[in-house]
Design a protein. Structure first.
Length: 476
């Protein structure tokens, strides 16, 4: 009882450990997913900010022309600039002389604006740069008077942003809209145009598959770890269950074996004691007691033979000796050996052979053991009021088949896949075996059949059981 409680407790602890591990790994994956999503949004925000700066640099480079050699700073006079927002553009490149009389600055422009706390935002003056007229700006002075609508520059922003996303290997779908009001969806980046007070909002449409693809190594490792641990626990529990079953089977076997040994030994002792202590003048009485002793001795010999057969099969020591014999004649011989038991149980024997003689090529001793064990089981476990056993043989091409059918209790479906296991016995009446046995008969039958290249199959009948031996080589 204590051992059973320990086993149950161990199983529960393993189940709880697996549950806790699954919870931890689930939280880890969720956290990894959220972190990757945040990383993608942050990267897209950086790329959007850089895209805006690149476009500003291109526009400023196209606008600024210098007529005086040696001048390296351009003053910009801006009208309608919102209060407290100042932008100063300073050349960071050397002045180079072109083929004509004018000097042009390269496109590297540094932009300094009012500091913004939100790292998702970038500010600039794209709307002013779109309206400048270089012809009206003598002596390097650019006068920007009217702001343009950002929708004019939106295609260029989308194009530059898309190119930079490809370079950054980011494939998350997104939307860029021009609006002065914050969108309903959480935005990942924002451009604030200072002169026009317009804004570009970038929102991402995250796809589950894209994020999972990015964190696939972590996902795969997590599932492999959980699967490995779960499989290990399953194998441990199954092995423990199998060990307990084998322990119970061996315990039952030893108990049955002890009974099987003690009964004939006790009977032999009683018979010999009767002959020794009592003055038996009648020869018939002496022969009767000697017959009882011999019968019990034969039972002991049969039991020892079965155990030896199992031992030899385990050690692969059985040697097959092929010979030709009549299968139907062999069945009749075994039935004659079992006549005392057949009469005792008032069994009805039906023999249905397709031919009187059916010659096969096989190991006679092994086949004798197979048929004997099948008939022995059919007699032993048939507890019906009118027991009946039917035996039939037939030819099937170059092979023969032998079927043994009884009208006893059908083996329950839950136990049918175990009946050929060593030491296994089908439970009866609440796990109590009414008929003594060893759990070796069908194991020996299947093992010998496989060694001879035959196949044994079990079929449950509405009122009984059927065992068929197939692939018996005929003497064709």
């Amino acid at each position: 009882m204590l051992k059973h409680i320990k086993t149950k407790l161990g199983n529960w602890m393993m189940a709880m450990s697996l549950l806790l591990l699954g919870t931890f790994l689930g939280f880890y994956l969720f956290s990894t997913y959220a972190t990757e999503k945040e990383r993608i949004e942050r990267e897209m925000g950086y790329i959007f900010s850089n895209s805006i700066k690149e476009i500003e640099s291109k526009l400023m480079g196209n606008l600024i022309k210098v007529t005086n050699k040696g001048n390296n700073q351009i003053s910009i006079n801006i009208d309608h600039m919102p209060k407290n927002n100042v932008a100063v553009f300073t050349s960071k490149t050397e002045i180079k002389k072109s083929g004509k009389k004018e000097i042009r600055l390269n496109n590297r422009i540094e932009r300094r604006t009012k500091d913004i706390d939100d790292d998702k935002e970038v500010s600039g003056m794209l709307s002013l740069m779109l309206k400048v007229n270089r012809k009206d700006s003598p002596d390097g002075i650019l006068k920007l008077q009217q702001a343009s609508n950002l929708k004019t520059i939106l295609p260029e922003v989308k194009k530059q942003f898309a190119l930079n996303l490809i370079k950054g290997k980011i494939s998350t779908p997104y939307t860029i809209v021009v609006d002065s009001v914050k969108p309903a969806d959480n935005y990942i980046a924002k451009y604030n145009d200072i002169p026009s007070n317009q804004r570009l909002w970038v929102t991402a449409q995250h796809k589950f598959g894209i994020i999972i693809k990015n964190i696939f190594p972590q996902v795969l490792t997590t599932f492999l770890l959980f699967g490995f641990v779960a499989l290990s626990f399953f194998l441990i529990i199954r092995a423990d269950k199998k060990r307990q079953e084998m322990f119970q089977i061996k315990t039952d076997f030893i108990s049955n074996m002890t009974h099987e040994l003690k009964t004939p030994i006790a009977t032999i002792s009683i018979a010999l004691e009767a002959i020794e202590r009592f003055d038996l003048q009648s020869i018939e009485k002496k022969m009767e007691y000697l017959g009882i002793a011999r019968l019990e001795a034969d039972k002991l010999s049969d039991l020892v033979d079965k155990v030896m057969q199992v031992s030899k099969m385990t050690d692969l020591e059985i040697k097959s000796e092929q010979e030709v014999f009549d299968l139907n004649a062999l069945v009749r011989e075994i039935l004659n050996e079992l006549q005392p038991r057949i009469k005792d149980k008032k069994l009805e024997i039906l023999i249905e052979n397709s031919t009187n003689q059916l010659e096969v090529v096989s190991d006679l001793k092994s086949f004798n053991t197979i048929v004997y064990n099948l008939l022995d089981n059919a007699i032993k476990y048939n507890q019906t009021a009118n027991p009946r056993i039917a035996i039939s043989s037939k030819r099937n091409g170059n092979f023969a088949e032998l079927e043994v059918t009884d009208n006893g209790q059908t083996i329950p479906a839950d136990f049918r896949d175990k009946i050929f296991e060593k030491f296994y016995r089908v439970p009866q009446d609440g796990q109590i075996h009414n008929v003594k046995g060893h759990g070796l008969g069908l194991y020996i039958v299947e093992s010998l059949a496989k060694r001879m290249g035959c196949v044994i199959e079990y079929f449950a009948l509405p009122n009984g059981n059927s065992f068929i031996i197939k692939n018996i080589q005929t003497n064709a």
